[in-house]
Design a protein around this ligand. Structure first.
Ligand code: F6R
Length: 256
C-alpha cells in the first residue's frame, strides 16, 4: 500500500491502494468489521463498476462462513423508477447477479428500493423512515459518479436531501447506459437514499478507481463544498469518512 495515513489539503483521510484488488479488499475488510461489531444495525452499499471486487471478497467470506451478512439490515442504495429486480437493466438486478445470488442472500433483512410502488414519493419516505427507525446507517459505502453524484443525488441536490425520487442527469444516464452492450435506455427518473442519510452514517467509505475519476475525486475532496458536486458534502463527515482510492484515482490530489 502506498499510503495508509494520508490527508488531502482539506483534511480528508485517504488510503491509496496499490491497485483495484487491494482497494476492493480494504473496503470489504471495513464492511466485514462493521457487520461483525454491529448486529441489527443498518448498512448500505453501492452498485456499479467500482464495488464489483468488494462484492467478490464479501461473497467469498459469506460462503465460507466467516461473515454473517444476515446479522445486519442491508438497504439497497438506489435504482431506476419503475424497474424491478426482474428487469435486467435495473441496479437491483445487477446487485442480484453480482452479490445477492452468489452469496445466497434473500429475506427480510435485504431491503430493496421501492421503485415499483404505486405512490413512489410516499414509498421513498417510508424507506427513509425504516432506515431512521434502525438508528440510521452504521456504514455507508459509496462510489462517485463522473458528475460528482453520490447514490443518485445529482448535482443540485441539497446537503440535507432525504430519500426521494429524482430526475437523472444526461451524464448519469450516459454513464450507466455504457454498462449495457445493447444500448439500453436508462430511465430519466430514479429513487435514491438521500445525502442526509449518508452523511449521518457512523462510518462512511468512499471507493474510487481509475484515471477517469481523478478529476472528480479532486473536486469532491479538495474543492469547495457545493451542491454542484454532491460528493464534496462528504468533506463535512470529517473523521467518520475513509476514502480508499487506487493510485490512478488519487493522481490529482495534494496528499501529505
Ligand atoms: C450506484 C450509485 C452511484 C455509483 C457511481 C459510480 O448505486 O449509487 O453513485 O456509485 O455512479 O459508479 P461506478 O462505480 O460504476 O463508476
Amino acid at each position: 500500500m502506498l499510503g495508509s495515513d494520508l490527508k488531502t489539503s482539506t483534511g480528508v483521510r485517504v488510503v491509496v491502494a496499490d491497485d483495484y484488488a487491494q482497494m476492493s479488499r480494504l473496503a470489504a475488510d471495513i464492511v466485514t468489521e462493521v457487520i461483525a461489531g454491529n448486529p441489527g444495525k443498518a448498512i448500505t452499499l453501492p452498485t456499479g463498476g467500482t464495488p464489483r471486487g468488494m462484492y467478490e471478497v464479501l461473497t467469498e467470506r459469506i460462503n465460507d462462513g466467516s461473515l454473517d451478512f444476515y446479522s445486519v439490515e442491508f438497504f439497497c442504495m438506489d435504482d431506476y423508477l419503475g424497474k424491478s429486480i426482474d428487469d435486467d437493466t435495473s441496479l437491483t438486478a445487477w446487485l442480484n447477479g453480482a452479490f445477492l445470488k452468489p452469496a445466497n442472500l434473500s429475506g427480510p433483512t435485504i431491503h430493496f428500493v421501492p421503485t415499483m410502488a404505486d405512490d413512489p414519493d410516499a414509498a421513498a419516505q417510508r424507506y427513509d423512515a425504516q432506515i431512521q427507525g434502525l438508528g440510521g446507517f452504521e456504514l455507508a459505502v459509496l462510489g462517485i459518479g463522473n458528475n460528482g453524484h453520490i447514490g443518485f443525488n445529482e448535482p443540485g441536490s441539497p446537503i440535507d436531501a432525504e430519500t426521494r425520487v429524482v430526475d437523472l442527469t444526461i451524464e448519469s444516464r450516459d454513464q450507466n447506459a455504457a454498462y449495457y452492450e445493447d444500448g439500453s435506455q436508462i430511465p430519466d427518473k430514479a429513487m435514491t437514499v438521500g445525502v442526509k442519510r449518508f452523511l449521518e452514517a457512523r462510518r462512511i467509505v468512499l471507493i474510487v478507481s481509475g484515471a477517469g475519476k481523478a478529476e472528480i475525486v479532486a473536486k469532491a475532496l479538495e474543492g469547495p463544498i457545493s451542491s454542484d458536486v454532491p460528493g464534496s458534502y462528504l468533506q463535512t463527515a470529517k473523521d467518520r469518512l475513509t476514502v480508499i482510492l487506487d493510485e490512478a484515482a488519487a493522481a490529482n490530489l495534494t496528499l501529505s
